[in-house]
Design a protein around this ligand. Structure first.
Ligand SMILES: *Cc1c(COP(=O)(O)O)cnc(C)c1O
Length: 418
């Protein structure tokens, strides 16, 4: 008998749970796109969006998913025949590289595997080896959503500088924006790519490209840029329609306004802290399960783990069986194991992911973990006992110890970098 007469929980790494405030902001009749509220809300909206990326730079908005934002960013700074370097730590790094290939770029992929972050020595040596500075841009992924590896973006900036290389540092923050600490300006990032449906809690449909003045100068040096992808007018429009290169994504704008109000109302630091605590609780449960069975966190080093998604190995066929059980019996949807094995390979069924991004709180994550616990029991998958206690302990401890307000910058950096 399945227990499925309550609220389902989409515990995957995007699209994420949509808050009621976002949904009700979108539940309205079609607004005037020539004048009035919609037009007037844009300057504050873009400013508040830039605050989430921690930048005083520019932002261009596209009606697209993350793939579209990948292409938009590249179209502005990389011409056919130019070289880009892709340090890949999972499926998404490769994906961005494939988009670059499609645009005619010469793509050099450095594959760091599926369980470890970018090795800074190897990365720096690749830049040093490029003596004639042909690499125009580095396409980095902050959090790779397939492996749940989180890369140290500040260290990448330092490696590029240490090599004396002028390449642009472009970072995919689609899975990390408003989940994991990210500081575009302070970390020297030139271009950031993001999308609406993960930490920003808005339905899929908006892509964002943040860029600084250095990247804007590179754009001006391009021989030509597709009119549609060109970020110039989108970032500094003279007319409302130019923000979007055409008709505005009217309802998404209202949804995004509500989401930004929630994020800044809670405080970005508090949002990051909440994700950190919920991730710690998730890992604590996974560690215990793993002590008595096949379940294992994909990323061993805690410092290199995403706070938004956790990738797990459990061995085939348990990954798929567990997902099916949770869907059927608990109305919890877990993520598939993306890119860990080829679809069609029986090993593909040995992975899954837990999303804990965006509009999530303690009872949602504890409920998800308890459902996984029940699934392990029901399927007879061996597992350590006491996982839920371990998760609860993290929350009980954090509740008493998390300081409210601005944490010390250096302490946070030390804690959050690999
Ligand atoms: C989700 C995601 C993408 C792709 O976004 P789509 O909206 O599915 O196109 C790219 N990169 C990362 C890191 C992601 O998490």
């Amino acid at each position: 008998m399945s227990q499925t007469r309550g609220r389902p929980y989409l515990a995957i790494p995007g699209p994420s749970v949509m808050p009621e405030a976002v949904l009700s902001a979108m539940h309205r009749s079609a607004p005037n796109i020539y004048e009035g509220e919609l037009v007037e809300m844009m300057p504050d909206l873009t400013a508040d969006l830039c605050r989430v990326a921690r930048t005083d730079g520019h932002v261009a908005i596209y009606i697209s998913n993350g793939h579209g934002a990948w292409e938009a960013a590249l179209a502005n700074v990389v011409a056919p025949g130019e070289r880009v370097l892709v340090p890949a730590t999972g499926r998404f790094g490769h994906g961005w590289g494939e988009i670059a290939s499609g645009l005619g770029a010469e793509v050099e992929v450095m594959d760091f595997g599926k369980r470890a972050p970018v090795d800074m020595d190897w990365f720096e040596s690749a830049l040093r080896a490029d003596k004639s500075h042909e690499i125009k841009a580095v396409l980095a992924t902050h959090v790779d959503t397939s492996t749940s590896i989180r890369n140290d973006i500040l260290a990448m900036r330092r490696a590029i500088d240490a090599a004396g290389h002028p390449a642009l540092l472009m970072v995919d923050c689609i899975a990390s924006l408003a989940c994991d600490r990210f500081e575009m300006d302070a970390w020297g990032v030139d271009v950031v790519v993001a999308a609406s449906q993960k930490g920003l809690m808005v339905p899929p449909g908006l892509g964002f490209v943040f860029f600084n003045d250095k990247a804007a100068a590179v754009r001006r040096g391009m021989e030509r840029v597709s009119r549609y992808w060109d970020w110039t007018l989108r970032a500094e429009p003279e007319m409302f329609y130019q923000y979007f290169g055409g008709t505005a994504p009217t309802h998404h704008i209202y949804g995004l306004r509500a989401s930004l109000d929630m994020i800044h109302g809670e405080g970005l630091e508090a949002v990051w802290n909440r994700h950190d605590t919920l991730a710690q609780a998730t890992w604590a449960a996974c560690e215990i399960w793993g002590q008595g069975g096949p379940l294992a966190l994909n990323v061993a080093n805690e410092a290199c783990r995403s706070r938004a998604v956790t990738s797990l190995r459990i061995g085939a066929p348990y990954g798929t069986e567990l997902r099916s059980w949770l869907q059927r019996e608990a109305e919890v949807t877990l993520g598939i194991g993306l890119g860990m094995a080829e679809p069609g390979d029986p090993a593909w069924h040995g992975f899954f992911r837990m999303g804990h991004m965006g509009h999530v709180n303690a009872h949602m994550v504890l409920g998800m973990l308890a459902s996984v616990n029940a699934g392990l029991m029901a399927l007879g998958v061996p597992h350590g006992a006491g996982a839920l206690d371990a998760a609860a302990k993290v929350l009980a401890k954090k509740e008493n110890s998390t300081p409210v307000g601005q944490p010390d910058d250096e302490a946070v950096k030390a804690k959050t970098c690999c």
